[in-house]
Ligand binder design. Structure first.
Ligand code: 3PG
Length: 212
């Protein structure tokens, strides 16, 4: 049965935002993240290898749930669905993107950074949103301000989040989880340092809300 956006954000405190240059890295990386306790994996459509990486993880790592990030156009959604992605993350929102995800039966975390974008996504039924770019757009203070008018909306802030500030975001009542690229450093991927990635995942999976 299809995954909901709530399933995606409620699985762990962190969704890794992954940039893969080489297909051969995808499967061992996914296994390392799963071994560390993180199984919702956002593979960004930023590299020529991304779709093949999604396909490989979907086929060979059944314990992982692979999604596609940086989806900007409806065509991205269709290609990701064909590759086996189970959810979609976008940096912004457009109704066509929402329609495409509905059409493919895929959960969508639409990206928002303003009240009007939250309202546009809400009009189309999306109430679990990515807040991007979180630290540049206003950080925890903006999330706190949104909790008044948008008290029923939950967010996955992403952009500028790291182990040092993740706990402060997670302490906010309207934050379900955070997203970040720190779990899969380019260097560790290039070197095949799977123990390092597993350790980063384990640390991320253990993150807890931390009031400032
Ligand atoms: C994203 O696409 O969500 C961001 O590139 C991730 O931001 P970060 O690199 O600051 O974690």
């Amino acid at each position: 049965f299809p995954l909901t956006a709530a399933d995606v954000v409620d699985d762990a405190p962190v969704i890794p935002v992954i940039v893969l240059e080489e297909v051969a890295r995808a499967v061992p990386m996914a296994r390392a993240l799963v071994a560390g306790g993180i199984r919702m994996l956002e593979v960004t459509l930023r590299t020529p290898a991304a779709l093949e990486c999604i396909r490989a993880i979907a086929r060979e790592v059944p314990e992982a749930v692979v999604g596609a990030g940086t989806a900007r156009r409806s065509a991205d959604v269709q290609a990701a669905a064909r590759a086996g992605a189970r959810f979609i993350v976008s940096p912004g929102y457009h109704p066509e993107l929402g329609r495409a995800c509905r059409g493919e039966g895929l959960a969508l975390l639409p990206g928002v950074a303003t009240a009007s974008e939250i309202m546009a996504a809400g009009e189309d039924g999306f109430e679990v949103l990515k807040f991007f770019p979180a630290s540049a757009a206003g950080g925890a203070a903006l999330l706190q301000a949104w909790s008044g008018p948008f008290g029923d909306v939950r967010f996955c802030p992403t952009g500028g989040i790291h182990p040092g500030n993740a706990g402060q975001y997670l302490a906010l009542p309207n934050v379900a989880c955070v997203g970040g690229s720190w779990l899969t450093p380019a260097r560790a991927l290039a070197q095949g340092d799977w123990p390092a990635i597993e350790a980063l995942a384990r640390e991320a999976a253990a993150l807890r809300p931390q009031p400032r």
